[in-house]
Design a protein around this ligand. Sequence first.
Ligand SMILES: NC(=O)c1ccc[n+]([C@@H]2O[C@H](COP(=O)([O-])OP(=O)(O)OC[C@H]3O[C@@H](n4cnc5c(N)ncnc54)[C@H](O)[C@@H]3O)[C@@H](O)[C@H]2O)c1
Ligand SMILES: O=C(O)[C@H](O)[C@H](O)COP(=O)(O)O
Length: 373
Amino acid sequence: MMNIYYDENMPYVADFFGGMGQLFPFAGREVDAEQISNADVLLVRSITQVNQQLLARNPRIQFVGTATIGVDHIDQPYLASKNIAFSSAPGCNAISVAEYVISALVICGEKYQRDISELSVGIVGAGNTGTRVSEKLAALGIEYKLCDPLLERSGDERQFHSLEDVLACDVISLHVPLTREGEHATYHLLDANKLSRLKPEQWLFTACRGEVIDNNALLSMKQQGHGLTLVLDVWEGEPNVLQPLIEYTDIATAHIAGYSLEGKARGTEMLYQALCQHLEIDPTITLDKVLPAAEVSEFELTSDADSIMRNKLIKMVYDVRRDDAIFRSQLNEIGFDNIRKTYPVRREFSSLSIKAGEYNASQQLMDLGFKLK
Ligand SMILES: NC(=O)c1ccc[n+]([C@@H]2O[C@H](COP(=O)([O-])OP(=O)(O)OC[C@H]3O[C@@H](n4cnc5c(N)ncnc54)[C@H](O)[C@@H]3O)[C@@H](O)[C@H]2O)c1
Ligand SMILES: O=C(O)[C@H](O)[C@H](O)COP(=O)(O)O
């Protein structure tokens, strides 16, 4: 029987992996080489550094999986050198990240009384999350520009723009991985110099990795009175946040943009499928058998769905102000990791079916991800 060690914050592990071996949960930030020395399979989240040091005492490990999109916590060359199979969960929580961005856009639009359909959005990084954001922006009729030199070079046929052009949009949304080497390294992509070129009326959103923005440079710019609107889900040096920066943000959250229940559960499901493939067995469990119905799963229109109704529906499923309030009130009480650990259930737009009857539900709602009944 295999020993499967998994991060305690990974949902539905018993449902997916229960039949494949003995299950042992661990705390992602505290786990050490001794604790996992007899693991055959190791399933982690982004807070566990998987490297030679962690695996040093384990002679039998054959599979490492991370239920995340980001892989900057994994020493992949080391795993390859030891012939240890590896899988991440590309795209698992991309819809969740996109819905975070859309909710934040609606909230900032209401706060500053801006018609969001008149804004331009610059998306830096046009992979899974950036693409999902662009699809939802297109549904809202919002103009967007993509910057992704790597995809552009690889022959992706979408229209791409320079970083400079994209950073000049009304709203900037960052969706790059954290990389520290190479021509397109993203560590401090927004450094003091690039930040200083932003205009006070721009909005800057980030839900990728904290280190992509130089947080100290951002803080000193805000302390000097720069008006930039800030939506920060990720922070340099998590779980230690540069606390003075929080008061300058419009929305601040604890790295939960990808934390819809569907997003987290998809991560577990993708690792289950990858392990099945590694073991050459057929997967038998699917997400639809595991996910519960949403608390509110149906909404009946009693008038045509206009933009006011659309915004109400977006906020009904996910209002990012809830997570902002939790962050501001709980950070010093329970800490960054515990906010994430105790994250309340959040569902994706697709969990809500709109019953339109004689009214016009509009294609826009469907394109945003809601279901039409
Ligand atoms: N906050 C959260 O909860 C959350 C959730 C999911 C992902 N993430 C983070 O977001 C990152 C992006 O996720 P994804 O699913 O879109 O990843 P992805 O790999 O699908 O896409 C990232 C894209 O960024 C591009 N890129 C790399 N360097 C670039 C640069 N210098 N300039 C412009 N583009 C560049 C790549 O070519 C790629 O297309 C992940 O690596 C992860 O770190 C955070
Ligand atoms: O990379 C990702 O997929 C996201 O950042 C994800 O939300 C990380 O979540 P964690 O593993 O830290 O719980």
